[in-house]
Write a protein that binds this ligand. Sequence first.
Ligand code: FAD
Length: 562
Amino acid sequence: VNNGKKDMQIYDEQSTVLIVGGGLVGLSQALFLQYQGIPFVLVERHAETSILPRARGLHFRSMEFYREIGLEQEILAAGAESIKQQSGKPGGLRIGETLVTAQAQQIGFNLHNLMGMKELTPTSFCFCPQDILEPILLAALRQRGGDVRFSTELTGFEQDENGVVATIVEVGNVTTRHLRTDYLIAADGAHSPIRDALGITTSGKGTLEHYLNIYFLADLSELVQGRTFSQCQVENTHVRGTFAALNNTDRWIFHLSYNPEAGEKPEDFPPERCLELLRQAIGVSDIAIEIKSIGPWEAAVRVADRYQQGRILLVGDAAHLMPPWGGFGGNTGIADAHNLAWKLAAVIRGQATPALLSTYEMERRPVACVAGEQAALGTDVYTRYRIATATNAKDLEQQIDPLLVTLGYHYHSTAVIENGLVASAPTDPFTLTGEPGTRAPHSWFKRQGETVSTLDLVGTNFVLLAGEKGEAWCEAARMIAAGSGINLVAYRVGPTGDLQDLENEDTENHDHDALLVRPDGFVAWQSSQDTPATQETLSEVLKHILAWYPQIPLQGTSEKPA
Ligand SMILES: Cc1cc2nc3c(=O)[nH]c(=O)nc-3n(C[C@H](O)[C@H](O)[C@H](O)COP(=O)(O)OP(=O)(O)OC[C@H]3O[C@@H](n4cnc5c(N)ncnc54)[C@H](O)[C@@H]3O)c2cc1C
C-alpha cells in the first residue's frame, strides 16, 4: 500500500466509511456500522471468505454483539450443526506422543464454566469455526444491502484533515479508482499494509513460536470414539504440534511446530512431507488424509502503538496480534469493532465531536495488551489449562484467565465519568455492579410483557436507567432526546416502573438513582446521592461523554478531557 501524495480533489466515488479487509473483524465492523445506519464500502482482495477455520470459539461477549444485530440464533445453529456429528462431548485436552496414545488431562480451569455463565450474559459461548462464521456474516451484510466488494484491493491512500482518498482496484483489472471517504478503517490483518504505510510501530513480546497450520480432512471418528477433545498436544521424535478438533470426526487442524533457529523454513514442508508428519502425529501409518491447506503463522504478541492516525483507525489483527491460546485474537477484534461503531456513528451524525474517537484507543488498546499477555502465558500448554505437574506450581500462579479478557476489564477514558475510585485490580465479572467503565450487568427485566436483558436495551441508543422514584431523571432524558436528537431512552426500574427486574427484587435502595449506559453496553455514569435530577446535570454528562469541549466540570470531578 502506497501512502503517496495525490491530488485530493480527484476522485471517482465517495463513501462515509471505507473498511479495508473482509476477514472476521472487517465483516463484523461492517455489520455493526450497518446496524448504526452508517453507509460504508468494504473492500477485500480475496474472491471469497477464508477457508481457514482459525478461531473456533466465540466468547459470550462476541455473541452479545451478534445478538444485538440479530444474528445470534443463526450463528448458534451453524455452530451446533458443525459439531452435531460428534461422538461425545466436545472440549477437553489430551497430551501424548501421538493422537492414538494421548491421555486426557484434568483441566484446572474449566472452560465449560465460561461457556455456561447464565448469570453473566443473556447469550452463551458458541463454538463456530471462522470458516463457517465468516460466510454467515458476509451473507447477512449482502442481504441487508451492504456495499461489499470482494476481489477488490486497496493499493494506496492519502489523507488530509477532511478525508481520505483511497486507490482501489479490482483484482485482475488495471484500472484504478479513487474513492473519497470521511473515515478509513484498516481491518487488513496482522501484516496490515495500512499500519505500515502510516509508520505505526508495534510493541509486545514479539514472536514466541512458529507454526504451520495444516487444515486436513481424515475420518478419525473411530480413532477418537469415546475420547474426543478440543486440543491434543503431541510430541515424538519426528513431530511436535497440536491437533485442534473442528468436529471430532473428519475436519481437523494440526498446528505443526517448526524451528527457524534450527534453520527450518515453511518451504521445507511441502504437502508430501506434511502428510508423513501428520501420520506420525496421529500414530497410524496408512490412514487416508486430504490436506486442504498449509499456511505458516507465528504465535506472537504485537500491539500497535497507536490505533488512530487522523481519519484512519486500526481494528482487529491490524491493531493487535496475539497467540491463539485462550481464543482472544478474533474476539478482541470483534469487540474493537463494536466499540468503534457507535462512536463513529455519533461523530458522523454530528452528535459527538471527533475527539470521541480518541477514546477508542484509550479503551481498547489496554484490553489488547492484557489479552496479549494472557495469550502469551498460554504458550505453555500446562499453564494454559492449569495442569499441575511436579515442577510448574510457580507458573500456575499466573494462570490464564479467559474471563478477564471477556468481561473483567474496566475502561478509563473521557467517554466514562468515573466515581472517583479508579479500580486498579481487574473487575470481578461475577460482581458487576454498574460501576462506570464496566459492562452493564446483565439482568432480566419484564418490559410491557416481554422479557429483555439489560443489554437488549442498548445498541444504537444510550439508555438511562432510573430508580422507581426517578421520574425526574426520565423526564430530563426525554427532554434532551427531543431537543438534541441524541438517541437516549429512559426507563424507571421497579415493581411499578417501565421495567420490572425479574432477579433483584430489592431495588428500594436505588429508588432515586440513575445510571447512564452507552450504546455499547458500558456504563458511562452513575448518579450519586446528592446529584440533582435535572436536565442540566444530564446534559453536562452527555456533553462530557460525547466530547463536546469546552465543558463545565462535572460535580465531584475535576477531570477535564485532554
Ligand atoms: C492458527 C490460528 C488460530 C486462531 N484461533 C483463534 C481462536 O480460537 N479465537 C480467536 O478469537 N482468534 C483466533 N485466531 C485469531 C483470529 O483468526 C484473528 O484474530 C482474526 O482472523 C483477525 O481478523 P481480522 O479481520 O482482523 O484479520 P484477517 O482475518 O487476517 O483479515 C484481514 C483481511 O484483510 C484483507 N486485506 C489485507 N490487505 C488488503 C488490501 N490492501 N485490500 C483489500 N483487502 C486486504 C486480507 O485479504 C484479509 O482477508 C487464530 C489465529 C490463528 C492464525
